[in-house]
Ligand binder design. Sequence first.
Ligand SMILES: [Zn+2]
Length: 72
Amino acid sequence: MKQVQRFCDRCGRNIPEGGSILEVKAGELVGKLPEELDLCPDCGSSLLSWFRSGHQANHAVPGGAMSGAAVG
Ligand SMILES: [Zn+2]
């Protein structure tokens, strides 16, 4: 069987076998992200923490998107 190399969609690193594959099945990200994201473990965990911290606030950001919402 030929092994398929997977690369992190975020940093481009080679994902070791058993690395994170994030499936976007529900929530607001459906349609905004590919259904399946290949993420290395590092990016997977950082994306998850970003998702948890930023995504709880369900309100739209006043003044438009990406207007420097406080991160960290
Ligand atoms: Zn990565």
